[in-house]
Design a protein around this ligand. Structure first.
Ligand SMILES: Nc1ncnc2c1ncn2[C@@H]1O[C@H](COP(=O)(O)OP(=O)(O)O)[C@@H](O)[C@H]1O
Ligand SMILES: [Mg+2]
Length: 364
């Protein structure tokens, strides 16, 4: 019998500070994807940015430990996507081309994964893929551009200043303008890497240096004292919002340690214990944020709820953490879509967008 399953390339790892998070998400997706519908091709990107076809059955080392988890780069084959190759992967080690991949699921977080770069490569290759395209990914990734677009759409965001490489931000002037404590963060990063809460001049200087280690542009942002609520969005032209969940960090804020290292670093409460009116408003803002930024497929919109009831959108993640226990899949689980069905739905959305765009004229 002919195999009519779609070949799904799971692209994971990557040259990013969120490499390890991506490995965990990829493992969970590979374990849960509907094998009656899909054949899986694992494509691991190592920390230097090389694309490898790892051993399918043993592609991770220390998979159960988030601190030690690693891409198994032994016996790997080095590959590259062929431009206009319709998903063909060329074998850089031995020559030749593998049979084409029908759709790619880029489970990559942060720069080189969630920022439009890999999406551009996939578009040039002519292969459908899951999630936002080039513009939505880039606009969602860059917190400075994201906030300017949201503000323009009338969506409430925290006040902030943007500094570029070479600027020496003046603590006195800034703290007078936006108050203390304040937050310093790289414009393009995620998982709280390079994010600092600052209350004095010394920690400010360190925070600015550290944030500039990760990006050439940083944000200095007013502190929002509020609960952290998250809403998942799914869809292309008619995106839907999930139930709303709450993050309850046990640390001073939702830091990298609280997210991934300390197993008691944060609790997830789904659904959040909030009035229906607040939940409705957050779900509206989530869809509005998603559409304002030209996102497609999936996105998790993170908000603050202040004690006076005000809601402030903090950010969107166009490729949110995607392990079985991550907020995004959990929010859909609570809204009636299982992890396996969610993966199928995302692949279908990627294919739908590809077909829609393929019908566009490329000559006049
Ligand atoms: N302006 C702010 N006010 C209060 N807390 C903040 C602010 N900005 C960030 N945080 C805290 O830092 C965490 C990470 O910041 P965030 O902007 O979401 O960056 P990332 O993209 O790395 O997740 C947030 O989840 C929140 O706990
Ligand atoms: Mg965040």
């Amino acid at each position: 019998m002919a195999n009519n399953k779609l070949r799904v390339g799971i692209l994971f790892g990557g040259k990013s500070a969120e490499h390890e998070v991506s490995l965990q998400s990829a493992k969970n997706v590979a374990d849960a994807i509907d094998r009656d519908k899909f054949d899986v091709v694992l494509i691991g990107i190592d920390k230097s940015g090389q694309w490898l076809l790892p051993d399918q059955s043993h592609f991770l080392l220390d998979a159960a430990d988030p601190k030690l988890i690693k891409l198994n780069s032994e016996n790997r084959e080095s590959v590259a996507l062929v431009p206009q190759g319709g998903g063909g992967l060329s074998n850089l080690s031995a020559g030749g081309t593998h049979s084409a991949i029908d759709v790619v699921f880029p489970i990559l977080h942060g720069p080189f994964g969630e920022d439009g770069t890999v999406q551009g490569l996939l578009k040039l290759a002519g292969v459908p893929f899951v999630g936002s395209g080039v513009l939505g990914s880039a606009a969602g990734m860059d917190k400075d551009v994201m906030k300017r677009l949201l503000r323009d759409a009338g969506i409430p965001v925290a006040r902030s200043l943007t500094c570029r490489h070479g600027d020496v931000p003046d603590f006195e002037a800034i703290s007078t303008e936006i108050g203390l404590p304040l937050f310093v963060k790289p414009a393009n990063m995620g998982s709280s890497v390079g994010v600092h809460k600052v209350s004095d001049q010394d920690t400010f200087a360190q925070a600015v240096r550290d944030a500039f280690d990760y990006d050439t542009k940083i944000l200095i942002e007013e502190f929002i004292d509020g609960r952290e609520l998250e809403c998942a969005v799914l869809g292309n032209l008619q995106p839907q919002a999930s139930a709303v969940g709450e993050i309850k960090p046990s640390h001073d804020f939702y830091s990298y340690e609280a997210k991934y290292i300390d197993e008691h670093g944060a609790g997830l409460e789904i659904p959040a214990d909030i009035p229906d009116s607040v939940s409705t408003r957050i779900r509206e803002l989530a869809v509005q944020t998603f559409q304002t930024l030209d996102c497609e497929g999936l996105g998790r919109v993170d908000c603050f709820l202040k004690s006076n009831g005000e809601i402030v959108v903090n950010e969107i993640n166009t490729m949110p953490g995607f392990t079985k226990i991550s907020m995004y899949p959990q929010l859909w689980e609570a809204s009636g879509i299982s992890y396996t069905d969610l993966i199928t739905k995302l692949i279908e959305l990627g294919l739908e967008r590809f077909e829609r765009e393929r019908k566009l004229k490329t000559s006049f």
